[in-house]
Design a protein around this ligand. Structure first.
Ligand code: ATP
Length: 275
């Protein structure tokens, strides 16, 4: 599986040239089996993350309407121990939020040591919807790429492992999903005329996302482009990227837990002797 992860600034990305569907040779049943194995490893890694309290994990999910942000959260969070997981959704800013800088509401929801936070939309809306719908002057939102890089670098310096996912769906698949919402009574509550309106700005969003990918991909906070037309493949790419990012920390976390265990045993021994 070739997962496209961008970890340096300046790469010119053409989203139209990147597939939204799984590679031909990918077998759905095999993918589901792999996902279950990854899920177990993820649970185990999260346990170490929680106990060691050396790092935190921030997962940023971005994508067009219907790209599957909610579905991805349901799936990935399903593998995790709810203790230590938080999900934050960022909608239209409230009046109070608008009266602060754009990162104010975001910073309040970043994970503390040991925790894993999932962002359903994020500070990236401030260079996406704000740009496309002209909610702020260009001179203002353009400065934000630098602010975002600095902010994420600061979080990384504090031990936050940052993974950003762009859920990449095709125009056709989005149309199908929007129409399905009208057909299926259980999905109709999600209908929103604004989603059809946004489709009229498809190319503007493409351009805005391409610039996000080019300007805010860094070693410490890379973007992964997830082909998201098939839900099972989308889940597999996210889970695999996450496990591969956490795995290198396993040894360090385990060692910290061993150290803590040894110290606690010695304290107990000393207490028993002193009785
Ligand atoms: P979703 O479409 O993510 O499933 P939703 O339709 O239930 O969510 P909300 O979560 O209430 O709606 O809000 C999402 C909307 O908020 C999106 O249209 C998004 O563009 C908008 N939004 C998010 N951040 C900002 C921002 N900083 N400025 C303006 N609009 C924003």
């Amino acid at each position: 599986m070739d997962i496209i992860t961008i970890d340096k600034q300046g790469e010119k990305i053409s989203l139209d040239a990147i597939p939204t569907v799984p590679p031909n040779k990918t077998d759905k049943n095999e993918a589901k089996r792999e996902l279950d194995v990854l899920g177990e490893e993820l649970f185990d890694l999260q346990d170490l993350l929680w106990g060691a309290r050396m790092n935190s994990v921030l997962i940023v999910l971005q994508g067009r309407d219907t790209a599957g942000k909610d579905g991805t959260i349901k799936h990935v969070a399903g593998y995790l121990n709810p203790r230590g997981v938080s999900v934050a959704s960022f909608g239209v800013p409230s009046e109070e939020e608008r009266e602060h800088d754009f990162l104010w509401r975001i910073h309040q929801r970043t994970p503390r040591k040991g925790e894993l936070a999932i962002f359903n939309r994020s500070h990236y809306e401030d260079v996406l919807v704000v740009r496309v719908n002209k909610l702020a002057p260009e001179s203002l939102w353009r400065e934000r790429y630098g602010h975002i890089r600095d902010f994420e670098e600061m979080l990384a310096e504090h031990g936050t492992i940052i993974l950003k996912f762009f859920l990449h769906i095709s125009r056709e698949e989005q149309e199908q999903r929007l129409l399905d919402r009208e057909k299926e009574p259980r999905k109709a509550w999600k209908i929103n005329a604004g989603d059809w309106e946004d489709r009229e700005h498809w190319d503007d969003y493409t351009q805005a996302y391409e610039e996000v990918l080019a300007r805010t991909s860094t070693k410490k906070a890379p973007w992964t482009i997830v082909p998201a037309d098939s839900k099972w493949y989308r889940n597999l790419v996210v889970a695999r990227t996450l496990v591969e990012a956490l795995r290198p920390h396993r040894k360090r976390w385990q060692e910290r837990l061993d150290e803590v265990g040894t110290r606690k045993k010695a304290e107990l021994e000393a207490w028993r002797k002193g009785k």
